[in-house]
Design a protein around this ligand. Sequence first.
Ligand code: NDP
Length: 246
Amino acid sequence: MARIALVTGGMGGLGEAICIKLAALDYLVITTYSPSSTKGPAWLEAMAQQGYNFRAYPCDVASYESAQECIAQIEKDVRPVDVLVNNAGITRDTTFKKMDKTDWDAVIRTNLDSVFNMTKPVCDGMTERGWGRIINISSVNGQKGAFGQTNYSAAKAGMHGFTKALALEVARKGVTVNTISPGYIGTKMVMAIPAEVLDSKIIPQIPMGRLGKPEEVAGLVAYLASDEAAFVTGANIAINGGQHMY
Ligand code: NDP
């Protein structure tokens, strides 16, 4: 029977590539979209035309109640989740001097609280069944900090603390918990940066001299989701073209 992979924010740049990769590996792929978003049906239709029959559920990952309802509905309609990819995220960049509480709360809730909200309703089931994968999409900026991103850097760094602590708790139950920290990946979010800024400021920071591809991150997700990765847990795997090494 196909394993169920739930990818939050699967309609975004990285999430879509992750959904496609996991579908190619015969996972039954489910994604979430913000309840306020209008793109769900159109995205599903576009994917169906490419041969991908994804399921999608509305879910505000920043809300514990919404996450619980979403997981309960998936378990009712399909089966329990085997692989959870906590990918949904936002930025609200500004210097700390200008950052207000709303910018802080939105980013912490969407990027960090979401990891608790989504993992909580699936984790016990994974440990009871003796198999599970939790994969958290963090960022190089959670490893090294970034100007104008105190909120985002804090949230993304927090994801890895969560990863390490939960990995310890479930290590003997067949469940692995890992973080992926991408550098600059050529999604719409990054391609919206003016070309001259990309060329003069961003690409020069990357020893490989190019942006990453969403498919490269998706390949790493697929590996961590696989049986072959059973001994990898509590890891933070950088995928950044050499931009930050430690
Ligand atoms: P996108 O903006 O393309 O996608 C983000 C996704 O998150 C969207 O599908 C969005 O759904 C969803 N989302 C946002 N808020 C919520 C919410 N409250 N509830 C449910 N879903 C929500 O970004 P990327 O694909 O580029 O990024 C994906 C992840 O990778 C993020 O966590 C990001 O921080 C991280 N990352 C990205 C990098 C890059 O270079 N692109 C680099 C390092 C990390 P909707 O549109 O329906 O709101």
